[in-house]
Design a binder for this molecule. Structure first.
Ligand code: NCD
Ligand code: ZN
Length: 357
């Protein structure tokens, strides 16, 4: 059979992205808004987004940078801390500002120092979220320095997620950016109240990729990429057609000096070629017919939001991914051109391209 060379799907959404703020936001926003209709915007700014007012302000800064009638909707999140008032989170949800709340275990990743130190401390807040059906998004890694960095997700599931779901059986949870077979198995076995997002980079990279020919800081992210058997399990999950697995890029741009340093930041900037990157994986698996469910249908269903009606078209047309994000003519004030983020897949050829509209 002739391979498909044109794929039309419902416009996708990104259920986990870091858009940053200020000059970096201005530089990276269009990479997400060019293809995704909605994106769940992570709240780990400095200071983090912990109030309805801060989220409104951030949403406005994002919207003010979008061209007229762009059709992109940022979905804001609340950053949970030990002492966040449940009333504030609930108000944000009912006023249509917070789409979800984000749980960072304290010190698990970039800008998470103010995260939650013990889940039991926020039990009243979680009960409130359970009652109002507000999704909880979890960075699922323990921070215990005695736990090997490659085991932190699996240990989080055992030590924290299973007991949490027993204490709050009605809570809607997204286990974010899963990286292990353990997470795939656990989420597949659970009911429709638990889902997981999967990033493009965790579908393409295993832990060897970080060390081939030298230390590749561009491939360092959290949770860190794992063994090949885990990558295979993620590919199987993403292309399975199971509605509990859906798209979340975790695109996380950092200035180059933050990545290329003796103590480099975690995060991969994949927004610009994300849908093409996912398409490559689905294509390799002979599962292009399942891309639409993963990218455009299972996420909104979990969040109880309408499906997008517009379409996007992918063409089997090779493109070479440039090294750095291109800035507009004249640059962006406050962003040194030497500090723009490096694209995921930099220098590689992707077999699919997005048809420009
Ligand atoms: C994210 C960031 O840079 O904000 N980094 C990452 O490696 N994914 C934080 C996060 O999602 O863990
Ligand atoms: Zn993230």
């Amino acid at each position: 059979m002739k391979p498909l060379d044109r794929l039309v799907i419902r416009r996708p959404d990104d259920w986990h992205v870091h858009l940053r703020d200020g000059a970096m936001l201005e530089a990276v926003l269009s990479a997400t808004a060019r293809v995704f209709a909605r994106a769940v915007v992570m709240p780990n700014l400095r200071p983090p987004i912990t109030t309805v007012e801060a989220a409104r302000g951030y949403r406005q800064r994002i919207e003010s940078l979008l061209p007229e009638n762009n059709g992109f909707t940022p979905l804001m999140t609340a950053y949970l801390t030990d002492d966040l008032d449940p009333g504030e989170v609930e108000r944000g949800f009912f006023e249509g500002v917070f789409a979800a709340a984000k749980l960072y275990p304290a010190n698990a990743t970039t800008n998470s120092a103010a995260g939650v130190s013990d889940l039991v401390l926020i039990a009243p807040l979680l009960e409130r979220m359970e009652a109002i059906k507000m999704p909880l998004l979890i960075h699922g890694e323990v921070t215990d320095p005695d736990v090997d960095v490659f085991d932190r997700e699996a240990v989080f599931i055992e030590r924290h997620l299973i007991p949490l779901r027993e204490r709050h059986p009605e809570l809607r949870i997204v286990l974010e950016h899963i990286t292990t077979e353990d997470a795939v198995d656990y989420v597949s076995d659970c009911d429709e109240l638990l889902a997981a997002t999967i990033t493009p980079h965790h579908l393409h990279l295993n832990r060897n990729s970080m060390f081939v020919g030298g230390l590749k800081s561009d491939f360092y992210c959290l949770p860190v990429v794992k063994r090949e058997c885990h990558r295979r399990a993620l590919v199987k999950a993403a292309t399975s057609g199971l509605p509990c697995f859906f798209l979340g890029t975790d695109s996380a741009p950092h200035p180059r000096s933050g990545k290329e340093s003796a103590c480099g930041c975690a995060g991969i900037f994949n927004a610009m070629h994300a849908i093409e990157s996912y398409a490559a994986v689905f294509d390799q698996e002979g599962a292009l017919d399942r891309l639409e469910g993963f990218a455009s249908e299972f996420g909104p269903r979990f969040y109880g939001l309408p499906l997008n009606t517009e379409k996007v078209t992918l063409l089997r047309q090779p493109q070479i991914v440039p090294h750095l994000l291109n800035l507009p003519e004249g640059g962006i004030e406050g962003l040194d051109p030497g500090e723009v983020p490096v694209h995921f897949h930099s220098g590689e050829t992707l077999a699919w391209s997005l048809e420009s509209v």
